[in-house]
Structures are given as C-alpha cells and as structure tokens.
Design a protein around this ligand. Structure first.
Ligand code: ZN
Length: 327
C-alpha cells in the first residue's frame, strides 16, 4: 500500500517550478524534478508544465494529498491565488480546486514564505520550537510565522511580511510603493543597485567589484557585492553591512512585538558570510527588549524549504494532527 500513501509537493517559485514525491514521515524525496518557467510564461503555461512534472513522478498513481508552495499572494483557506507579481494570469486562479480535479487528491496551498516557515519548522532549523519567525532575503524579503505549532496567516493572509516594515519613511522606494521598507534596504536587487550607483559616480570606488563583473555594471548582483566584501573591498562591505543592519532592525521589530523562540533566516543574501550575520545579529540584539532571547539561525533546507513545507501541508491533510494551515 505504500504507493497510495505518497504525498505530492509542488513549488511555484516564479522562475522555477518544482515537484517532488515523498511518503508521510519520510525525510527524503522519493523523486524530485524541476523545470524553468520559460520566458513569457503565463499562468496557463506554468500550470501545464507543473502538471506534466507531477504526472511523470506519480506514474499513474493517485497521491494521498497535495501540498503547494506558491510564490505570490494566496487566499490559503480557499486555495485561490490572489496575485503573482512576475507571471500574468494567476489572479483568481483556483489552484487547490484545479489540482484536486486534475490529480484526484485533496490539495492545500500556501504562499512561499509560509510554506518555507513550515518546512524549516518541521524538518530544518526551526525544529522543536513553539514559536518561529522565518525570514527569506533574496530578490525580496518575505517571511512566515509559526505559533504553537501552526502557521499564523493573519486576518487577510498577510502576516509575516517583514520585508514591508518601514524603517526609513523617506528612504528608497520599495516594490510595494512605500519608501524605506526593510526589503528596499536589504534585498538583493536593491543592494546591487546601490553598488551600481556608487560605481557609476566613482568607478575607482571599488576595483574589486568592477573586476568581478568585468566592467559590466548591468551584470552586477548582490552575490558580487558579498564576494567583494569578503575579499576586503571597503565599499562592498559598507553596502553589505548596511543591508545586514537593516534586516537586523526589521527582525528586532518582530522580536519586540511577538517574542518568538527562534528566528530562521534563509535566501541567497543570507549566504553573504559570517561578518554579515554578525552585523545583522548585533542590530537585532541592540533593539530587542532586555531579557528577550535573540536566537537567529541560518536556514537548514536552503532552496528546498518551500517544497518541504508543501510536503508538510500535504501530510497535514491525511493525518489526525490538526491541520498546520488552520489556526
Ligand atoms: Zn515595501
């Protein structure tokens, strides 16, 4: 009967689509596949692509349950997509219903911040915690909350959006339309843009960065800034440390308000080295309340955190435990 107990985990990551199969209680994938969403992708093309991946892995079997991490805003209770900022056509897409009709099993959908929080809590760096804040720092800054062993969605599925806490009301413009959000000060594209601007003003300000991108400023990313900082470049470290400090300040606000047991930080920018972590932790500790713990750990599951969260969501549908999606 093991075939009938398979769980299907799906991750709509924006540019990358992933599907994996596991069994309840397992800590490894039985099979895992991914595909890049093509240039000019729409909801329909992404939908067809992920259905094909899923069917290839299921090999004619019906899964016991389906869990989905979606890189956009969702209405979790109904499994409906609200918006996907990079791919058109997702608005109002009834993803859970469509999956149930297509693959014959119950499905549950969460945004990727919540799914990753659940993944780290169940299988990664957040194991054993009653309360956890998960933060991801990559092209944006997102997050998710676990309280008393369950996801906390908020009244409108908008809890955990730590990236849009405003630190500098007159600061740089954020994708959300406000100014000086944590995201606009700490996320990768903003960090890269700041380095680009500095090099345009003074090309001699960072020879290391210039040589890393071979003079092509358009190709400059946050990863280049981190590499240059680690190589001792003063400008790169100044920009990277400002980004780390902004993230730490945002985390401090969350700590003061909710006093979680642990904070887990993942995403590409979180791989910027020990000094980055030190600055971020110090900025958080400096603003936390005296006596409150400030335990900030790197994510353990890397890019697979949302997919493992999706597996945990699927498992929640078929076990007697309270569903991790309801609160
Ligand atoms: Zn914002």
């Amino acid at each position: 009967m093991p075939e009938a107990r398979r769980l299907l985990a799906l991750d709509f990551g924006g540019t990358k689509l992933s599907a994996a199969v596991t069994a309840p209680g397992a800590r490894a994938w039985l099979d895992r596949q991914q595909a890049w969403s093509p240039q000019g992708a729409t909801a329909q093309t992404d939908w067809k692509l992920i259905c094909r991946l899923a069917r290839q892995m299921l090999r004619g079997q019906t899964p016991a349950a389906i869990g989905v991490s979606f890189g956009g805003q969702v209405e979790a209770a109904g499994g409906v997509v609200r918006v996907q900022p990079h791919v058109p056509g997702w608005e109002g897409f009834r993803l859970a219903e469509r999956l149930e009709a297509e693959l014959g099993a119950p499905a549950v959908v969460e945004n990727d911040g919540n799914a990753a929080a659940l993944g780290e809590w169940r299988y990664g760096a957040g194991q054993g915690c009653q309360s956890l804040l998960y933060v991801t720092v990559s092209t944006g800054v997102g997050g998710g909350w676990i309280f008393n062993g369950r996801l906390w969605h908020g009244a409108d599925d908008l809890a955990g959006e730590i990236g849009h806490l405003v630190l500098q009301p007159d600061g740089p413009l954020c994708a959300c339309g406000k100014r000086g959000c944590v995201e606009a000060l700490a996320a990768g594209p903003y960090l890269a843009a700041r380095a680009r601007e500095a090099l345009q003003v003074d090309p001699d300000s960072s020879p290391t960065l210039l040589s890393l991108v071979q003079g092509n400023l358009d190709s400059l990313t946050a990863e280049h800034v981190a590499l240059a900082a680690q190589a001792g470049d003063a400008l790169a470290w100044q920009l990277l440390s400002e980004a780390g400090r902004a993230l730490g300040r945002g985390i401090a606000m969350a700590l003061v308000l909710m006093n979680p047991e642990r904070v887990v930080v993942g995403g590409g920018v979180a791989k910027s080295g020990e000094r980055y972590w030190q600055v971020m932790r110090e900025a958080a500790a400096a603003r936390a309340l005296a006596g409150a713990r400030v335990e900030i750990l790197p994510a353990a599951l890397g890019d697979d955190a949302p997919l493992w969260g999706a597996a945990a969501l699927a498992e929640g549908l078929i076990t007697n435990h309270p569903s991790p999606t309801t609160y």
